[in-house]
Ligand binder design. Structure first.
Ligand SMILES: C[S@@+](CC[C@H](N)C(=O)[O-])C[C@H]1O[C@@H](n2cnc3c(N)ncnc32)[C@H](O)[C@@H]1O
Length: 538
């Protein structure tokens, strides 16, 4: 039997950095199971997840053995830390031809690994060639409910000096790398260029508190929210503001709909589409409180460039429909009255982005938002403050929402947040390619004051159910991108939506301590560290 080259390569890469096959084998097996044989994920960033998991496994073993012995010093752990750094360096430069080995053959038998196709959604290649265009309307923070915390952490600045702006050093990652810009905008051409990023005039983000929670005053809610992110200090008012079943409702755009109303609302049947001058691309947008009846009639009707596209989202597309959508790529130019009557509604699956023409993807992504997948902000019962959950089952690959925030330079972000742990969600599309960007130049998102529901997405180490996908923004220099969140697996109704912020909980050099992670994941990076710190000598 021919060994699976992916298994072989995984072993080879690990060997390169001094990890024996025996250590790789069980962990690889677990990861394949955990990620549903999503090889792309395991292979991404030069097998970083695999290497990390192996080290984590080693950490756990060591901790267990030290637990038994009743003693442990940080010194004993440092070599691991160094190895890990070395790992990253080593991995970054490793690139080897695929080759077979006896070990791989054995493993292959054991793992019964098939060389199956993984969802394209997570393939970097697909991202490169199918970057989504979107327009963003930044909504200001609600005065009623404003998350006090900075944007979810993606990176950490160990070299940062509180007092002065410093040149950014490459963030110190352990959990994962920030979104690498190289997946964002390479290969996209000026044909898509138009300036679409805009910041709207401040107007309260529509956040509604339904049911009992409606009785909470604005100031109560504000205070509650401010306190809510300190896991140890959740005020009792929060129980009024939102029960664990979550009376609080959030909706986006110009529509504000309570849950029941939302489910029945024509907003789910119809939306309108706005043309973008210049390149004939279209962007769908909910009309302000009024819905076009004709929208729901035929599903998706596309006209010639510059004319209207009408979409009525109601359900997920079948693969066949997506193929049709792909075939209908001429819908964007020149064709008149192209009608896709089979499409009653759309929820974009990231795996299908690859098969959609760019302009339709743009529409679809926007529709994902317009769909108003019933989401709910709720109070987490375990001290993580507010969280976001879905009220409906979401198939793997569903678009959930974009991460919206103010665009700042990293310097500006740090100037704003001198006292709290802050790390930027980087937007510089060339980050990592052109070396380390300077704090004064590199752009990031800050959702503290202006944002959307994504602000309520809590962190979960490694096995979060959301993944962030960089989305190209139409700027001439392709310098920025947005983040769109998609589900990494099927998500059940009432399940919390989580995202791995990529925090390095080990970064002791950061001037401000991050929160203590309560994600509950068996891969939690922080729990291990905190357990470990009990044994540390310093
Ligand atoms: C972007 S906010 C998420 C919403 C937040 N829970 C709230 O109530 O506004 C990030 C903050 O949520 C809290 N948080 C998120 N994930 C957490 C986790 N796994 N464990 C503990 N706290 C968490 C931390 O206070 C963090 O600074």
């Amino acid at each position: 039997m021919t060994p699976n080259p992916r298994v072989v390569q995984a072993f080879r890469s690990m060997k390169e950095i001094g990890i024996s096959d025996e250590k790789v084998k069980p962990v690889l097996k677990k990861l394949l199971k955990l990620y549903d044989r999503n090889w792309e994920l395991i292979e991404s960033e030069n097998y970083r997840i695999l290497a990390d998991a192996i080290f984590e496994e080693e950490d756990s073993k060591q901790e267990e053995s030290f637990d038994e012995e009743g003693s442990m010093t940080d010194e004993l752990l440092r070599p691991l830390k160094r190895t890990r750094l070395k790992t990253q360096e080593g991995l970054a430069s490793s690139s080897h031809p695929i080759d077979s080995s006896n070990v791989a053959e054995t493993i292959l038998k054991e793992l019964k690994v098939e060389d199956e196709l993984i969802p394209r959604s997570l393939q970097q290649k697909s991202l490169e060639s199918n970057v989504v265009n979107m327009r963003t309307e930044i909504q200001p923070a609600s005065p009623q409910l404003q998350p006090p915390s900075p944007v979810p952490v993606l990176s950490d600045h160990s070299g940062r000096d509180k007092g002065k702006q410093k040149v950014q050093t490459r963030p110190n990652y352990k959990g994962k790398e920030p979104m690498s810009p190289h997946v964002a905008s390479k290969g996209t051409g000026p044909e898509n260029v138009s300036v679409a990023l805009r910041i709207k005039d401040p107007a309260p983000e529509p956040i509604e508190i339904a049911g009992a929670s409606a009785s909470a005053s604005v100031s109560e809610r504000h205070t509650s929210c401010e306190l809510a992110t300190d896991p140890d200090e959740i005020p009792s008012e929060l129980e009024i503001a939102s029960s664990p079943l979550g009376e609080m409702q959030i909706s986006e755009g110009n529509e504000m709909l309570a849950l029941d109303a939302l489910k029945k609302s024509p907003a789910r049947d119809a939306c309108d589409v706005e043309n973008v001058e210049g390149n004939g691309c279209v962007v769908a947008r909910l009309l302000n409180g009024s819905f076009n009846n004709h929208c729901s009639a035929n599903g998706f009707v596309g006209n010639a460039e510059g004319e209207e596209l009408v979409v009525s989202p109601q359900r997920h597309l079948t693969p066949k429909e997506l193929r049709c959508l792909h075939d209908a790529s001429d819908i964007t130019k020149g064709e008149e009255n192209v009608e896709i009557s089979w499409m009653k509604d759309v929820v974009l699956h990231v795996s299908e982005i690859v098969s959609c023409p760019r302009s339709l993807v743009r529409v679809l992504v926007k529709l994902g938002e317009i769909l108003l997948i019933p989401r709910q902000v709720f109070l987490t019962p375990d001290g993580r403050g507010w969280g976001l959950r879905t009220l409906e089952k979401l198939p793997k690959g569903s678009f959930v929402c974009e991460f919206v925030g103010e665009i700042l330079t990293i310097s500006e972000l740090y100037a704003r947040n001198r006292e709290k742990h802050t790390s930027p969600v980087l937007l510089d599309a060339y980050w990592g390619l052109k070396g380390v960007p300077k704090d004064e130049e590199a752009l990031c998102l800050d959702a503290t004051c202006y944002g959307n529901v994504a602000r309520f997405i809590n962190h979960r180490c490694l096995d979060a159910n959301l993944i962030e996908i960089p989305v190209e923004v139409e700027t001439p220099d392709l310098h920025y991108y947005h983040f769109a969140f998609f589900t990494t697996r099927d998500v059940n109704p009432l399940e919390e939506l989580t995202w791995d912020y990529g925090i390095d909980f080990d970064d002791l050099d950061h001037p401000v301590k991050t929160f203590q992670c309560r994600c509950g994941s068996k891969f939690c990076r922080n729990m291990k560290r905190s357990t470990r710190s009990k044994f540390a000598t310093r």
